[in-house]
Design a protein around this ligand. Structure first.
Ligand code: CP3
Length: 336
């Protein structure tokens, strides 16, 4: 069987929509929770190639999605740039002070176990499954680096770029360079495509969005494409709203991933002529399951299924998702 998901990324309209789900490996799966307990926490698992490869494969064994996403985290890049990182139980990520200047000398050592995970997954994955690498986009990664963790309003990060735009630009440039190297290494080790997560793109005013979302994503896409012209790039500038169109025109990703709020008919009309579209079922519809979930999925496929399209969620699977609802959604998508 050929790679169904890769065909959609190459611009083909497929007979049924290929699918995978953001956060398809994770706490909603009992086999993930069991391994996590044994492994000594989330970050230790990300940096252990045996474990990370196993977790990447867990949802594929259970459900046979068309795509497998590397099990890792977007905060590996700050670590590679010399900033300390830990995940405190129940608290999310905690980063140490932002380094005075970014230090790239240790980057390859930090990336090494992740790249080894890519090799192992590639060797173990069924040939019909498309393997996705990923990284965070510079704006989103910078928010964690500046805030020291998750944030509600990005107050520190916004004060930083409003008061010291040149210094903030230097930080983003460093993240661009590190991210291009990191994704390039993932592709060399076997990733078939890559996704850029700009989870907090929706927090910026239009002029700031232009400079801190569009421009760095554009640079990454252009640099990666120069090095790996055949490798599709999915961009997920979550919450971009009316700016999704401009983002797609300027950044020119192979595929644009839309969040839960984007109307599928609008995306079909405005975005699909420019790129393959990926999305966008509400992760909470997957928690609810049943008829309402299937009706929502059908609505999305009805509008987007006539062009290059990959079915996904509008954001990641949440921990309280019943695994049998994921099975029901996969069955539905296979029969469509
Ligand atoms: O999608 C996948 O299955 C691949 C793995 C993946 C993870 N994180 C695993 C993870 C991917 C692609 C990410 C990306 C990521 N990480 C993003 C962008 C996507 C998004 O969700 O918006 C962001 C913002 C992060 C940073 C991050 N990682 C936070 C804020 C947290 C804590 C919140 C939470 O959900 O616990 C994480 C932890 C994390 N990353 C977990 C997983 C499976 C949970 C770890 C655990 O406790 O077991």
């Amino acid at each position: 069987m050929s790679k169904h998901l890769l065909a959609a990324l190459k611009g083909q309209t497929t007979a049924r929509p290929p699918f995978w789900f953001m956060r398809q490996a994770g706490r909603y799966l009992p086999e993930y929770r069991a391994l996590r307990q044994e492994a000594g926490g989330f970050l230790a698992m990300c940096l252990n190639p045996d474990r990370a490869a196993e977790i990447t494969l867990q949802p594929i064994r259970r459900y046979g999605m068309d795509g497998a996403i590397l099990f890792s985290d977007i905060l590996i890049v700050p670590m590679a740039l010399g900033q300390s990182l830990k995940f405190a139980e129940g608290e999310g990520p905690v980063l140490g002070p932002l380094p005075e200047s970014l230090d790239f000398t240790g980057a390859a050592v930090v990336y090494a176990p992740v790249i080894e995970t890519v090799r192992r997954v590639k060797a173990a994955l069924p040939s019909e499954t498309t393997f996705l690498g990923f990284a965070g986009s510079p704006w989103t990664v910078a928010t964690y680096m500046v805030e020291g963790g998750s944030s509600r309003d990005f107050g520190k990060t916004k004060s930083f770029f409003y008061s010291q735009p040149k210094a903030f630009e230097a930080l983003l440039n460093g993240i661009v360079t590190a991210t291009v190297d990191y994704l390039s290494a993932q592709i060399d080790a076997g990733a078939d495509a890559v996704q850029l997560f700009d989870s907090w793109a929706g927090a910026l005013a239009p002029l700031d969005y232009e400079r801190w979302v569009i421009e760095p994503n554009r640079q990454i896409v252009a640099a990666l494409r120069a090095r790996h012209p055949e490798t599709p790039i999915i961009a997920f500038p979550r919450g971009s709203g009316a700016l999704y169109k401009r983002f797609t025109e300027i950044v020119q990703p192979t595929c644009i991933a839309i969040d839960t709020q984007v109307p599928p008919d609008w995306a079909a009309e405005v975005l699909q002529p420019l790129a393959c579209v990926q999305g966008n079922l509400d992760p909470l519809a997957l928690v609810a399951g049943g008829k309402s979930m299937l009706a929502a999925a059908e609505h999305i496929c009805g509008h987007l299924g006539r062009g290059p399209f990959i079915f996904n969620l509008g954001h990641g699977i949440v921990p309280q998702t019943p695994p049998e609802h994921v099975a029901a959604l996969c069955d539905f998508l296979r029969r469509i």
